[in-house]
Design a binder for this molecule. Sequence first.
Ligand SMILES: C[S@@+](CC[C@H](N)C(=O)[O-])C[C@H]1O[C@@H](n2cnc3c(N)ncnc32)[C@H](O)[C@@H]1O
Length: 258
Amino acid sequence: MRKRLLEQQHTDPADFYTGIVAESYAPLKSFSPDPEIYAAFLHEAGTPALELGCGDGDPLLALRLHGLDVEGVDSSADMLERCRRRADAEGVSVTVHHQRMEALSLPRRFRAVFLAGPTFNLLPDDGTAAAALHGIRRHLTDGGSALIPLHIPSPTPAENLGRVRTAVADDGAELRFSLVSEKRDETLRTQTALLRYERHGAGAPTVVERPWPLHWYPRSVFEELAAAAGLTTVSVTDPDGDAAADDAAYMVFRLRAA
Ligand SMILES: C[S@@+](CC[C@H](N)C(=O)[O-])C[C@H]1O[C@@H](n2cnc3c(N)ncnc32)[C@H](O)[C@@H]1O
């Protein structure tokens, strides 16, 4: 009988970027956040600063290379291990913490806390988001600033389901990535993709499917969650820094610790 290869993994959302997903992250990455945007924010808001969901180090390492006092937090030990290895290779020191942003507990407070890109949308519901916003407030100095980009995901066009992207792993194995299916719930404001990751090298192939939930917020709902955590909305902008329309699909919230 042929061995069944496919493994369905129902990981907690905070553990999605582990194992084969962490290994595939850099080779399959098609976009990196522009560090200059975050450097400009830190020059204005001040340091020390904290990046939530720093992953394998973009833009954290570039900001450290600018000489900025920034630390990182991520829920994936695998991504942090890659971040530390990159820091060593680039000859820069970095302090990173293995924690979930909804259970943040650090000994220091920061003048700025930020996420680079819409990583906050990975928190699966309003309750988890509220816990993360309270944690951000507790870790900001009074008057400190937070920068949180958010998006409203669009349904994936049907013709993209099953389309395979490939990349090469460090050891030469072929990595494959595809979107198997997607479910959207307008009431819960979630869109959950079932993602397939494959590794074909020496030895038996690995084929893993994991759900990848995204959760979104109308502007007023996010402002209310932030206010309840003691964070006042200072501005809501589009990616170019102009005022965002109320129904914009991408908004950058700038918050201040009341
Ligand atoms: C899309 S990656 C972004 C990584 C990096 N900032 C970049 O742009 O390349 C999102 C990161 O957020 C982390 N993450 C997801 N949920 C998290 C949570 N609840 N708390 C902390 N980090 C989380 C993941 O482990 C992953 O490394």
